[in-house]
Design a protein around this ligand. Sequence first.
Ligand SMILES: *Cc1c(COP(=O)(O)O)cnc(C)c1O
Length: 405
Amino acid sequence: MKFPIYLDNHSTTPMDPRVLESMLPYFTEKFGNSASRNHAFGWEAEEAVENARKQIARLIHADAKEIVFTSGATESDNLALKGVAEMYHEKGDHIITSSTEHRAVLDTAKALGAKRGVKVTYLPVDKFGMVNPEDVRNAITDKTILVSIMFANNEIGTINPIKEIGKIAKEKGILFHCDATQGVGKVPVDVQDMGIDLMSFTAHKIYGPKGVGALYVRKKNPRVRIAAQMDGGGHERGMRSGTLPVPLIVGFGKACELCEQEMAADGARLSVMRDRLHANITKALEDVYLNGHPTERLPHNLNISFAYVEGESLLMGCKEIALSSGSACTSATLEPSYVLRALGVGAELAHSSIRFGLGRFTLDEEVDYAGKRIIETVTKLREMSPLYEMAKEGIDLKSVQWAAH
Ligand SMILES: *Cc1c(COP(=O)(O)O)cnc(C)c1O
């Protein structure tokens, strides 16, 4: 086994060596600008870009012409929300999203509210982190121009009922954007079947390079229009100007092709590993809680709260494993995850959560080692915890009157 062990595949994934290999010639001898129309260097680059566009479109059941290249999912989310708000402002000024979206959607919605007076409805989620499609229906007004709901959550792995939401949006004639960054390449995503009009995703979460992503923009039924957020050469059908990063795009295409071929087998293998990890932990420890949906979740995601233990201390105790905790460092304070809070998880348990993110290159022995180390460390930390001791003595911690400082 090699250390450190990487179990943080929701943050980013290592690049597949086959992806790197596909990219290399486009850094050196095949360096052309895909917008150069007058010579062989340009034609060669353009052909590579169009081939990648097809590979990407195939994975999500789109047409190659519906793929707009961006720098990543953050930019795609910005382009979708701002582009629709600007293009359709005469039709309305209301957007519906959910409280557990990625920051790239939440902060964009907030900025639209502050700078352009757009009204935003943040739908709640149930205790598993799922949006109720009926809530979407009930939130729609005659001013609604966009519904933006994520495919799968990056912290807890819960998969939303996207097809149902797409159907409601279509019935009401409202555009549907989906941040599918965590879903694409991991589980089947079909923009036709699911009624998605705009969709964000990125290469570096699917074993491709960092710095390239895509926005799917539907071309018919309906033909979606978005206002460009950058002025320039009019690349990408005028929606996103800028010289295309050909090597990154080639890698993105290859990454999508590999996902199409290997997604089912990867998912099946990883869910078995993930379930074994979960079983080992619950067998060895009491007071552990699964966060997210028990079945409607990404196959490689596990998110668990270990009561009486600080997630941060747990991570410090197993530094040879790369994991993520449910606390976010915001300036001076440690904030519990807003996603876990939205499910109704208390601040204490939110602070005690750990996200395990398995990936294509995760080995059985790595997962088993991680499980063993987590169990050891939780046991040790609990032995040192006065709270745990009190709880074990049968004292109801909620009834304790703590002395004020
Ligand atoms: C990672 C992630 C993003 C941001 O993607 P970048 O390509 O890093 O900008 C957006 N949404 C979700 C759900 C993500 O997981």
